[in-house]
Design a protein around this ligand. Structure first.
Ligand code: MN
Length: 431
């Protein structure tokens, strides 16, 4: 799988080119402790290598097509941090044609790029290598009478990689389906805890537990567990307040499985029944989400999905007298922005806000087989929104699913997680 991806990447590279890609490093959490390691998504996509501090070199200049520089095996260090593939593992287990210890990269670099016309490289990741590349090129320029040849062009490898990553292959789709089903179970087991007096962190911990015990690495992003007005804070992650019966609870949480994210939001009625203004707003967002999913089709675009959601959100807000005026005009003037300030969709994959261009030559791109994206309309009425009738203030609702474009339509990967009010209520009441 990684071999095929490297072959496609090599085919997309210019001739006589060298690509240098950095893996992620350990990030300091405090003093001498680190955050859990998470490989750079591009690096993982091409290599499958999950250890910190590695460099991949891919070449179309006749040199070895795939070289890895990795942390070598050192018994005294591995006692503390665990076994490493090392140089031999890089070849045997990860398919490198050549592998070397990281410590040799700097000395190897001048020779690696001596004959290349095009260098694929992302500057800014490693200052020492950035500076070294400038120095090597200047030296090559000074040596031009003796045959020195500076690199002619520097390209961004992400232009190729991110276009590849946008289209999920069968194995990636399978992983994302499994991530969706773990997220289903985690939401189900957590919805039952949405009772007055429970603390948001208890539900957040339940999500973590359900993700981990089912084999996921954990949440794909900081879980948002926001009761009451906390649901109106888009990236609320404090998750430390008590829940109140009758309020809504917004849970935006999805697991990361084998590198791939799921991204699901549901809004649950704390105590088990949608009431009054909360039900009114929930039903508007539900209609918007259904209309948006209906609008999703191969050959269509994310803009149409967003428009379908907006149409329902705005007409719902007019119906509740929160907005006043003609619907097309309110949409045109973006009068909904105080209550719906984000877009309806983003790509999903190895990154939760996944890579891939949203426009091509200024035009919105068309949906094609293998793309995965979210549909997540919401309404957020700030607690301080004095222009809105008081009973609507401090209510936040979002409903989010993950959609896959198939050869003949759209598959809702997370559609089994209920959104209809009676089914959502049943999940909360289930004890
Ligand atoms: Mn999302």
């Amino acid at each position: 799988m990684h071999l095929q991806r490297r072959q496609r990447f090599l085919e997309a590279m210019a001739p006589d080119a060298v690509a240098i890609l950095f893996g992620a490093k350990l990030a300091t959490r405090s003093a001498d402790t680190h955050y859990p390691f998470r490989q750079d998504s591009d690096f993982f996509y091409l290599t499958g290598f999950t250890q910190p501090n590695a460099i991949a070199v891919l070449r179309t200049d006749g040199g070895p097509a795939f070289t890895l520089f990795v942390e070598p095996r050192v018994e005294a260090e591995e006692i503390w941090t665990g076994n490493r593939p090392g140089v031999d593992g890089a070849k045997c287990d990860f398919g490198a044609d050549e592998a070397h210890p990281m410590g040799e990269f700097s000395d190897a670099l001048p020779k690696l790029i001596a004959a290349t016309k095009t260098l694929y490289y992302v500057p800014g990741r490693n200052k020492a290598v950035d500076a070294h590349l400038v120095q090597i090129n200047e030296q090559q320029r000074l040596r031009s009478r003796a045959g020195g040849r500076p690199t002619e062009a520097q390209m961004d490898p992400r232009a190729i990689l991110h276009e590849m990553r946008l289209f999920k292959d069968a194995e990636e789709v399978d992983t994302m389906r499994r991530a969706a089903s773990i997220t289903f179970e985690a939401h189900r087991q957590t919805a039952r805890l949405a009772k007055g007096g429970a603390y948001e962190y208890e539900l957040s911990a339940q999500l973590d537990y359900e993700f981990r015990r089912r084999g996921a690495a954990g949440p794909a992003y900081e879980s948002i567990v926001g009761g009451g007005a906390n649901a109106t804070i888009l990236h609320y992650i404090n998750n430390d307040q008590a829940l109140c019966d009758g309020d809504l609870l917004l849970i935006d949480a999805g697991c990361e499985l084998a590198g791939y994210a799921s991204d699901v939001t549901r809004t649950y009625p704390i105590g088990g029944s949608f009431q009054g203004a909360k039900r009114d707003l929930y039903e508007i967002v539900l209609r918007a989400q259904q209309a948006a999913i209906q609008a999703a089709k191969p050959g269509g675009g994310l803009e149409q999905i967003h428009s379908a959601a907006l149409e329902q959100l705005v007409s719902g807000l007019v119906g509740l007298n929160i907005l006043k005026g003609s619907i097309p005009e309110l949409i045109e003037k973006e009068a909904y922005k105080p209550y719906y300030m984000h877009k309806t969709s983003h790509w999903l994959g190895l990154d939760v806000h996944d890579v891939g261009a949203y426009t091509i030559n200024g035009e919105a791109r068309k949906l094609e087989e293998g793309m995965v994206f979210t549909v997540e309309p919401g309404l957020y009425i700030p607690a301080m929104a004095e222009e809105v009738p008081p009973h609507f203030r401090g209510i936040g609702v979002r409903i989010e699913d993950d959609l896959l474009v198939t050869p003949d339509g759209i598959e809702n990967l997370t559609g089994a997680i209920p959104t209809q009010t009676d089914e959502v209520e049943a999940w909360v009441r289930d004890s």
